[in-house]
Design a protein around this ligand. Structure first.
Ligand code: NAD
Ligand code: IPM
Ligand code: MN
Length: 363
């Protein structure tokens, strides 16, 4: 067959095939919000097949398994996407299982771009005064495989008054270049106008210098996209004072982690924020931005909307755009009609909120 025929042939398979999704609810509220989000996906009628894995603190405490041998390879080989809840449990103070499962997926599956859209669905959800949904609509692209998350460093003279601790910040040209390219392509493909690179290059001169040089080089290949730079502390101020000025932001792993919790607050809290951990062309992983929230776990209190919107992001990534849109519309209706959990001003439980959304989706 000619190449073009092959492409059409493969595209037609992709349009009709059932998407295989690995599901890892994980710990705490992850075990509540994820099954509820799956019900919403089922209500769309999407051709998807879920396989749930019990990786998390319970399993680790029973038999010491964090991720089985071959686990990452199996995910990449047998699944089109991975849907994760949250990992972290006070019974595992070292957090070793979260590190091996969650950071393991990000690093070992090389999911180098963590895409965190920041959208305000309704003015009532925002803690800022006089802000409308038009004012908060930007995306943070967080580098996801490097930086201080590499956990390189050490302790010297531990426990002594002279103790020294070092924590290395790893930035490779390849890693910086590919995530900056991703941000520009994301801007181009999503009708965005500006990409801002945010760093702390006034202090972290070596790593910041690399980010600055690469950003300028890569930007030349996208002349239709405007560029901006802001130090990350100033960006935090800007996110609160003038969020409307923001469009696409690319930053390193740690700064991306911190600014996206602040960004979540602009949307109504951690319960509303969605994310995708992407390597274009490979099995990617989708998870809400929030953690396992131990104090509210098991109480049917957690807001399922972050996970539901994450599921919509995953479906769109898999080419199921109509189903994704149905979910987004239903979440918007739920917010407008106050069919929400208490963290965003409603009175429903996790299950009831998700069931309302599923019902709206199925209509
Ligand atoms: P957290 O996100 O679990 O909770 C922070 C605050 O937000 C808490 O007040 C919590 O009640 C609230 N919250 C979070 N999600 C909510 C939801 N869906 N609905 C309503 N309220 C919600 O962060 P934390 O307390 O810093 O961490 C708890 C554990 O989760 C730790 O073990 C941490 O390492 C882990 N964690 C995991 C992930 C992940 O798996 N992606 C992300 C963040 C934190
Ligand atoms: C997140 C979380 C994780 C991170 C933790 C749980 C390792 O805070 O996804 O934002 O720091 O990346
Ligand atoms: Mn975080």
């Amino acid at each position: 067959m000619l190449n073009a025929d092959w492409l059409l042939f493969n595209a037609s398979i992709f349009l009709t095939m059932t998407r295989r999704i690995a599901v890892v609810p994980g710990d705490g509220i992850g075990k509540e919000v994820i099954p509820n989000a799956l019900e919403v996906v089922r209500a769309t009628g999407a051709s998807v097949e879920f396989t749930t894995f019990d990786w998390g603190a319970d399993r680790y405490l029973i038999d010491g398994t964090t991720i089985p041998a071959d686990g990452f390879h199996m995910l990449a080989r047998d699944f089109d996407a991975v849907f994760v809840g949250a990992l972290g449990d006070p019974r595992v103070p070292t957090n070793i299982h979260a590190k091996e499962i969650l950071l393991g997926m990000r690093f070992k599956m090389d999911l180098y771009a963590n895409v965190r859209p920041v959208r305000l669905l309704d003015a009532s959800l925002c803690p800022l005064k006089n802000v409308t949904p038009d004012d908060i609509n930007f995306t943070v692209i967080r580098e996801n495989t490097e930086g201080v998350y590499m956990d390189m460093g050490g302790n010297f003279k531990m426990g002594m008054p002279e103790e020294v601790a070092t924590q290395e910040d790893i930035n490779t040209r390849k890693g910086v270049e590919r995530v900056i390219h991703f941000a520009f392509k994301y801007a181009r493909d999503n009708g965005r106008k500006k990409v801002m690179m945010s760093d702390k290059s006034n202090v972290m001169t070596y790593a910041g210098g690399l980010w600055q040089r690469v950003f300028k080089e890569v930007a030349q290949q996208y002349p239709e996209i405007q560029t901006q730079h802001m130090y990350v502390d100033a960006l935090c101020l800007q996110m609160v004072r003038d969020p409307k000025s923001l469009d696409v932001i690319v930053t390193n792993n740690m700064f991306g982690d911190i600014v996206t919790d602040l960004a979540a607050a602009l949307q109504g809290g951690l319960g509303m924020a969605a994310s995708g951990n992407i390597h274009p062309g490979r099995t990617s992983m989708f998870e809400p931005v929030h953690g396992s929230a131990p104090p509210i776990a098991g109480k049917n209190m957690a807001n399922p909307m972050g996970s539901i919107l994450t599921a919509a992001m995953m479906l769109a990534h898999l080419g199921l755009n109509a189903e994704a849109q149905k979910i987004e519309n239903a979440v918007l209706d739920a917010v407008r009609e106050k069919k929400t959990t208490v963290d965003v001003g409603g009175s429903l439980g996790t299950k009831e909120c998700a069931a309302w959304i599923a019902e709206r989706v199925a209509k």
